[in-house]
Design a protein around this ligand. Structure first.
Ligand code: ADP
Length: 480
């Protein structure tokens, strides 16, 4: 319960505190484990060193005793004592004890004799005792010479080391406190600096909410993650803003387009209500004109719907178009019955055996738009060429007319919504300027593209690039 309350509290504190705290905790853990390790290594190392030095001393003493064949009579004790004083080291006592635990010879450098009681042993032993005055290393080794059983005792006081280690620990503690305070301070400064761009980002988002889509972030352009994020945010906002303006332009254009037929119908109805009731000529003329406008209106609304669907419909393709030659042939046949005065020259063999990633309905819709345009914008010439080809990974379908063509300055814009080369004239021809926009969006839905080549008074060729199925694409590569 308590833990979850802490966890909730911690999750709610600002990120800069969290980061500072975490970095400080990490530094503390690292420092402490480092100190712990140092302390352990040092203690072990000191004890190890002392043990081997005591061992060396012990060997010296034993060798001496055995070599000199000491008999531990009072006249020899002086010599032994002299020798022991020579080999003894600082903070160390050497004592020879007989089997009754009574000391026979003792030499000591600053070690109280009663620090450890004299004791004889039968086997060699070495150990560290923790005494009040500090740790003591005691080594005892038995020896026998001329029926004398004795023990050499070496007692090494390690209080000095302990003092050293204690002082070291104190220094480490002070250092650790300073390090933690420093890491808190530096961590806080770094984190504050790092989070500044994030705060700027959040401010910009607030500005977008308050002032509109034109607000942008000011990235540092240093290539770090935050500046990349800012650049990406700006790019996204460019797109959002562009699409917002496109939408509103679309609504404006659409309303504008709808207004003209509505105004015309309104004009005729006004005419009718004033004079038309009694004048059969006016009645007839106005009704005909209104019906024309109604059918134009209907066409426009249905095109607008198609365009809107082409833009957002994302249903995946159910299955590839397996027999493009048959399908395209059938579309063209249907088209020809509607325009018997036009001649269509076909070259579709290149697509024999390939499958296309497009739905037949959409392909028909696109082709009808292009064929309609070819008919609409052809004057005297009434031949249309339809040529299929391969441009891996696409299949191409070119629809070419010998009509009036598109002026070069208009060519880049003809696929925009409501774009007509000659606004006044095209209206009478029935175009709304939506056909190519619909065709382009439909073909792009399938990752295809639409390329238009045109020359005024020579003709126009619109090429559809429709993706082949992967196996179709690889088939072509193999045969190449
Ligand atoms: P519309 O419904 O007006 O034909 P489109 O989007 O299909 O609209 O075409 C846009 C404009 O491009 C047309 O107004 C026309 O001026 C021009 N255009 C399209 N296709 C052709 C073509 N085959 N020949 C000449 N001009 C064309």
């Amino acid at each position: 319960m308590k833990f979850t309350r802490w966890a909730r509290f911690f999750s709610r504190i600002p990120i800069k505190f969290k980061l500072t705290l975490w970095s400080t905790v990490l530094i503390m853990v690292l420092l402490l484990s480092n100190y712990g390790l140092q302390y352990l290594v040092m203690e072990k190392w000191i004890i190890h060193r002392e043990k081997s030095s005591v061992q060396r001393n012990m060997n010296e003493v034993l060798n001496h005793v055995l070599e000199q064949e000491t008999n531990f009579k009072s006249e020899q004790l002086k010599d032994i004592k002299q020798f022991l004083s020579k080999v003894n080291r600082e903070d160390q006592m050497i004592r020879i004890v007989d089997d009754d635990d009574s000391p026979i010879v003792t030499v000591s450098n600053d070690v109280a004799e009663h620090l450890t009681p004299p004791r004889s042993v039968s086997v060699q032993q070495i150990s560290v005792y923790r005494m009040e005055a500090g740790p003591v290393l005691v080594m005892r080794s038995p020896f026998t010479i001329f029926e004398f059983n004795g023990t050499v005792e070496i007692v090494k006081s390690m209080a000095v080391y302990e003092q050293l280690i204690d002082t070291l620990l104190e220094v480490m503690q002070v250092f650790a406190v300073v390090a933690v305070l420093l890491s808190l301070l530096v961590g806080w400064l770094i984190v504050r600096k790092m989070l500044k761009p994030l705060q700027a980002m959040s401010q910009t988002i607030r500005d977008v909410n308050r002032n509109g889509l034109q607000e942008r972030m000011i990235p540092a352009h240093n290539g770090d993650e935050i500046s990349t994020l800012m650049v990406q945010f700006n790019e996204m906002m460019d797109k959002v803003e562009e699409s917002f303006w496109q939408r509103s332009r679309f609504v404006e254009d659409a309303s504008h387009e709808l207004r003209t037929p509505i105004a015309i119908i309104e004009g005729h109805l006004t005419l009718l209500s004033r004079w038309g009731k009694n004048d059969p000529n006016v009645l007839d003329e106005s009704l005909r004109a209104s019906l024309d406008e109604f059918s134009r209106l209907k066409g426009l609304v249905s095109e607008l719907l198609t365009l809107s669907r082409a833009e957002k419909d994302m249903t995946p393709l159910e299955r590839p178009l397996a027999n493009p030659v048959g399908t395209i042939g059938a579309i063209l046949e249907r088209f020809m019955t509607l325009h018997p005065d036009f001649e269509i020259e076909l070259e579709l063999e290149n697509l024999e055996g390939y499958a296309l990633l497009v739905s037949p309905d959409h392909l028909e819709q696109i082709m009808l738009i292009l064929l309609d345009n070819a008919v609409k914008y052809s004057k005297a010439a009434n031949t249309i060429h339809v040529r299929a080809g391969l441009d891996v990974p696409y299949a191409t379908l070119m629809i070419e007319d010998q009509g009036i063509g598109i002026p070069a300055q208009d060519l880049p814009y003809v696929t925009e919504r409501f774009y007509r080369v000659d606004r006044a004239r095209r209206r009478t021809q029935g175009g709304n300027g939506l056909g190519l926009a619909i065709a382009k969006r439909l073909v792009e839905r399938y990752q295809g593209k639409l390329v238009i080549r045109s020359e005024e008074n020579v003709g126009t060729a619109v090429t559809l690039y429709i993706p082949l199925t992967p196996d179709g694409a690889s088939k072509k590569e193999e045969s190449a």
